[in-house]
Design a protein around this ligand. Sequence first.
Ligand code: GLN
Length: 558
Amino acid sequence: MNKLPQEKLESKLSNCKYIFVVGGVISGVGKGITASSIGLIMQSRGYRVTSIKIDPYINVDAGTMNPTEHGEVFVLDDGDECDQDMGNYERFLGTDLYRTNYMTTGRVYQEVIRKERNLEYKGKNVEVVPDVPLEVIHRIKEATRITGSEVTIIEIGGTVGEYQNVLFLEAARMLKTKHPADVAFVLVSYLPVPSTLGEMKTKPTQYASRTLNSAGVQADIIIARGATSLDKKRKEKIALFCNVPDENVISAPDVKSIYDIPLNFEKDKMGETLEKVLSLPKRVADLSDWKKFVSKTKNGKEKVKIAVVGKYFDSGDFVLSDVYISILEALKFSCYKIGVGVEIACVNSKDFESKKIKLSMLKDFDGIIVPGGFGESGIEGIISAIGYARENNIPYFGLCYGMQLMVIEYARNVLGLKDANTREINPNSKNLVIDIMEEQKAKIENKNMGASMRLGAYKALLSKGTVAQKAYGTNIISERHRHRYEVNNAYRGALEKAGLVFSGLSPDGKLCEIAELPSDKHSFFLGTQFHPEFKARPLSPHPLFTAFIKACKVNKKK
Ligand code: GLN
């Protein structure tokens, strides 16, 4: 696993600047993208930037949260299982983040209690206030110190007025009191347009601002999210009632691509406003690389159609695609690079099982992707979709579970091991082609389930001339993992004899990290035990996603 950078980078600023991003009115208002965009805007001015996400949950990390409840679990190089917004920060900033960049209520309390047990409070009463907020501040400063950040963006999860995030707001207030010139608050609010009125309403934002005031915090900048742009009249109204200058109210209408947002913010002088609020000198932003990338997002009249066959799409009557956000973004980056557009359909594998949809619907797609996942539900539907892709020469890309299920499909239908399975689903199968990793056995027995998978970045060696090796253009890679099961080596020989190639192995040769069919046997049939989507970035798309999209493009022509 990767280590934290050892020595502290010397900051050119006398004090680090802290920008807190909080949300008002509704959840899902776009705090994460706002925080990411602000990070990019400050980075484009030459500052070293780092971003912190605060999740108000008791969970120590996101690893124990169901994706249909919380969205994607993102994994960092150092193995931290965190909120999907950490992925947005990494993608916008183009940098790796660390465990110290993420905190939850559980993680903060765990540390306060550890310190108390260790007599680190030297016999005094340990109180919710101020000791919990002080621990939060300590963590913010640690993340700043370790990354050598000059501008640290801190996103506080949840919405102002909730009970859950008050201690984090209290920490922010305390930090502002100590460093008045170095702390800024950005309130991301929402302006509804009720269909019966047809008019954008500012009152909920006024209330959100006042609720923030009651926590002792005054917003410096208000981001007015809404279906459309904010007009002058409403901008002035918000400014007047929320105690900010007019120019500190920034309009943020819905956009087609989230990658436009930093540029839209800049049009509204976000960077300059932040410089003023934080007493920073005026600097010129260099967003040229980002602009080049954004211009590519507008190209691509020809579109590839990709089916993401997953099991975590259903949320009541709604379809959740946030669960696979890193995959969706990784697909887009590679499409932009190649110059094709992309149409992504979320296909619920359970619908194949219930016969709500037919497998043959997959023939309308240029490529099929199966994401990671856990447990039994929807799995037979996925396996039959993989079989369909293999038999019909449709490009297939399997990620983690998607690789394990690809091996199971191959074992069942090519090797003829009809009951081939993974121990995760059926421990009684005679042919466990996917089995528990040795190191995981005791953890499961002892019910040690938090942060105990094989997590984070590991190296793998690639075999020359394989699809994977050609795509990467290198023989050694490092990718992020999150799993307990792996290909059972007892079946490796038989699978290879039957044509499957294990093109990527752990350096000791014991773990199969990539499985594929050779390019003369299939247009693209490849699965990875790791999650390449976590390392795909706008300015450096992931080579395997790019190879997959290239194959989809060729398939489309046919
Ligand atoms: N459930 C599988 C495992 O634990 C795959 C995990 C995943 O897809 N991230 O090995």
